[in-house]
Ligand binder design. Structure first.
Ligand SMILES: [Zn+2]
Length: 141
């Protein structure tokens, strides 16, 4: 749950600060990665991102889960943050996960209740996965 929440913080921060969408990801206990549509990714930028995500964690932002009717959920801009935007027809209720003030996504996962529970996030590595895809690896201490 800490790792999952950390990935939300990363995704929410990068979307807010750089407008970059997530194109993929993977999660294991206490580590994970996300791919973003980013043209250039340099060490300097990665360190800046690491600083900002830890500031967001330290803000002790509350995490709220809601179940919304499909129509209401679809009116929220950017709710479905991944590049491939799929909400199958027939899904009438959408579960949303909000990191108050930072991130709001359609999501079925489990999370901590407050970002302060995440702990320190370390950006362990980054890699280019093509012209516009850049991968960021994080570890939770
Ligand atoms: Zn989630």
């Amino acid at each position: 749950m800490r790792t999952h929440t950390a990935l939300h913080v990363l995704c929410g921060t990068i979307f807010r600060d750089y407008g970059a969408h997530v194109t993929g990801g993977d999660m294991q206990p206490l580590k994970g990665r996300l791919d973003f549509e980013f043209e250039t990714m340099r060490g300097e930028l990665v360190r800046e991102i690491e600083t900002v995500i830890n500031q967001e964690v330290a803000q002790a932002r509350e995490i709220r889960v809601k179940i919304l009717p499909r129509e209401e959920a679809l009116q929220i801009p950017d709710l479905i943050r991944t590049k491939i935007n799929l909400l199958p027809e027939g899904i009438m209720l959408v579960r949303t996960v909000e990191i108050v003030g930072l991130d709001l996504q359609a999501d079925g996962g489990t999370h901590v209740h407050n970002t302060s529970e995440v702990g320190k996030i370390r950006v362990a590595d980054y890699k280019s996965k093509g012209a516009i895809n850049k991968r960021i690896y994080v570890e939770i201490e």
